[in-house]
Structures are given as structure tokens and as C-alpha cells.
Design a protein. Structure first.
Length: 132
């Protein structure tokens, strides 16, 4: 059985964000731009991602694709919080800017308006592929 994971990538700086938003970004490990974090699917995490929709893009990936990402970018540690196939990894990792840039609307518009922010669903894997 494969486990579903939620992945978020911070696209915009939190400089002019509210204190509540900055706190959530910090707790989730989204401290720098172009940082990817991985969490197991839960209502709590999904709710926090929805509050951050103006700063991040997020969606679901399966365990097989996550393994591919972790092989390329993941840092294996003894105290890792993310356990995939018996190995412990850090939850967050840095990414490059996407090849051929973000979508036409840039990082100021939602995915539904042709931009890059907000919920993508399974299409997040296409963006991650361009950022590896």
C-alpha cells in the first residue's frame, strides 16, 4: 500500500505577511524561498497549507515519486522526522528555480488564474520535476 504525502514549495517571501502567517511558515519549515517540505496527508496540515495559499504551492504525491525526489535531494539523518522505506530523512530540502520559469502568470497569481500559487493536486510533480 502506498502512502500519500502532501508537498509544499514556498514561492514568495513572507516579508509583508502577518505574524500568524510568518509563524505557520516557520513551524512548517518553510523559511526560505524555493524550499520543499513533505508531510503525510492530514486535515491539520492541509488546513495550514490552505492558509498559506498566497505564499506556497502544494499538492499530493505518492510514495514512489517521493522516493525519487529523496534520492536526488534528500538528506538522510538519524533524527529525521520523515520515514520512507525504512530510512529517515529531513522534511525539507532546497530546490532550483524551475527550468523555463514558472507559469505565465508568475508567482503573484493562483494556479486557477494561470499563475503558480495555491493548490495543484497531482500536478505538483510536474513542477518539482522541472525544479530538480
Amino acid at each position: 500500500m502506498t502512502t500519500e504525502y502532501l508537498v509544499a514549495i514556498k514561492l514568495r517571501s513572507g516579508i509583508n505577511a502577518t505574524a500568524k502567517t510568518k509563524g505557520i511558515l516557520d513551524r512548517l519549515g518553510l523559511r526560505k524561498r524555493l524550499t520543499l517540505v513533505v508531510y503525510e496527508v492530514s486535515e491539520n496540515i492541509l488546513g495550514q497549507f490552505k492558509l498559506l495559499k498566497d505564499f506556497i504551492t502544494y499538492g499530493e504525491i505518492d510514495e514512489g515519486y517521493l522516493t525519487k525526489i529523496l534520492e536526488k535531494r534528500g538528506q538522510e539523518t538519524e533524527k529525521g522526522k520523515l520515514i520512507v522505506k525504512g530510512k529517515k530523512y529531513k522534511r525539507h530540502m532546497g530546490l532550483h528555480p524551475p527550468v523555463k520559469g514558472f507559469e505565465r502568470g508568475g508567482i503573484k497569481k493562483a494556479v486557477t488564474q494561470g499563475g503558480a500559487l495555491g493548490y495543484r493536486g497531482k500536478d505538483i510533480s510536474k513542477l518539482i520535476e522541472r525544479m530538480l
